[in-house]
Every structure is written in structure tokens, then in C-alpha cells.
Design a protein around this ligand. Structure first.
Ligand code: BEZ
Length: 220
């Protein structure tokens, strides 16, 4: 099944290194990052899982839970976790789904047969608290993902959800934002007390709303 932006993230129950989890229940009111990796005891995956563990406090700050997946069984995940701690200097501090029966991989279309019949590709799904899919990414097995970029996208998604702004090319936390087109100039004057600059009628720049004391959260 192809999962598109705006779809409800399919729910599932799965065995994980933190016990059985019902995905939607586990998410609760949080955002979530569900990411697959091809196989346990592989080098690129080992570095990714180590980085995810080190960055967990940053995901926590963003009210975002993270959960990994591969088609290897639970005892393999548990053995591999020891290697990750030993080599990456961080204990895996989030659940890893043991998807031996490929139930979740199939549900999220994480196996791309022309890349590999047996292993999941590097999929990422960012899901908001209403369980809507807000971002999908697919990387090949040979390329490790950039977890700083995931945090950057989550910051952008949360700014859109809370303040009706979008973020421009190469935006990073603290940079100016763009007022989304559906907000009229009249409403923008009220919504953005720090002010805005209209470079063009469709390109209106405002300071990052949660970095100015003039702004309170609104919804889109
Ligand atoms: C890795 O994680 O290192 C990896 C996994 C499958 C194919 C290539 C690399």
C-alpha cells in the first residue's frame, strides 16, 4: 500500500524491544518518527541507530517519539543493541520493531523488491499527533540518513501546525519564516505581531514566531 502525505498512518500491533506495542496507543498525543533499516548487524544501520539514540533528547524536546524497524527477530535486535552501545557510545533508548513476518513492512510499503526482495529500505515516516503522515522519505541501504535533517523538518512541521508559517530553502531554526498563502494580509497583521515584510504579495517574511516574545501560538 502506498502511503501519501495527509493519509492516516496505518495502525498495527507489533513485538518490539520494549514489549508489544499498539502503534497509535504508543504514540498517544506525541509526534512520531517510524523508520526502517535493512538488517541488524550491518554497518550503516549501526551508525544510524547510535545517532538516533544520542539525539533522543532532541526528539523528546519536540514531543516526538522514535521507533525503528527491521525484519529481524527480537533476539537479534537485543544482541545487536549491545554492539550499538559498545561501538556508538549510546544505549538504544527507543523501541525497535521485530518485523519477522513483515506485517508492518508490508503495511508501510518498506520492502521495494527491485532494490531487495528480503530487506526493508530506509523508510522514514513523520506522523503528527492526529496520526496524519506529514513526511515520507526513502533512502537506499547504502546511504545513512541525516537525523539532523529529520529534526529540522519536525521543527518546520511544528511551526506550520502552531503558527501558520512555512519555512524557506535551507531554513534552520532561528531563521525567518514565510507566512502561508492562505493567511490574508489583514489576518497576518493580527497573527504576526512582530510584523512581516512583503517582498511580493505571495512572499511575506516574518521572524520565526516561537523566537519572538511578541507571538502566541495559533493554529492553521
Ligand atoms: C548497512 O546498514 O550497512 C547496509 C545494509 C544493507 C546493505 C548495505 C549496507
Amino acid at each position: 500500500m502506498t502511503i501519501r502525505l495527509g493519509d492516516t498512518a496505518p495502525d498495527f500491533t507489533a513485538q518490539t524491544t520494549n514489549g508489544e506495542i499498539n502503534f497509535h496507543e504508543w504514540m498517544g498525543d506525541s509526534w512520531a518518527v517510524l523508520f526502517s533499516h535493512p538488517k541488524d548487524f550491518t554497518p550503516v544501520c549501526t551508525t544510524e541507530l547510535g545517532m538516533a539514540a544520542r539525539l533522543k533528547p532532541e526528539f523528546d524536546k519536540r514531543n516526538t517519539k522514535i521507533i525503528g524497524l527491521s525484519v529481524d527477530p527480537l533476539d537479534s535486535h537485543e544482541g545487536w543493541s549491545k554492539d550499538i552501545e559498545e561501538t556508538q557510545g549510546a544505549k538504544v533508548n527507543f523501541p525497535m520493531i521485530a518485523d519477522s513476518d513483515r506485517k508492518v513492512s508490508d503495511l508501510y510499503d518498506m520492502i521495494h523488491p527491485n532494490a531487495s526482495d528480503t530487506f526493508t529500505v530506509r523508510s522514514v515516516f513523520v506522523i503528527d499527533p492526529t496520526k496524519k503522515v506529514k513526511l515520507t522519505l526513502t533512502y537506499p541501504a547504502s546511504t545513512g540518513r541525516n537525523f539532523d535533517e529529520l529534526l529540522r523538518v519536525i521543527d518546520s512541521l511544528q511551526l506550520t501546525a502552531d503558527y501558520s508559517v512555512a519555512t524557506p530553502v535551507n531554513w534552520k531554526d532561528g531563521d525567518d519564516c514565510i507566512i502561508i498563502p492562505s493567511v490574508s494580509d489583514e489576518d497576518a497583521k493580527e497573527k504576526f505581531p512582530a510584523g512581516f515584510r512583503a517582498v511580493k504579495p505571495y512572499l511575506r517574511i516574518t521572524p520565526q514566531p516561537n523566537k519572538t516574545d511578541k507571538q502566541k501560538p495559533t493554529s492553521v
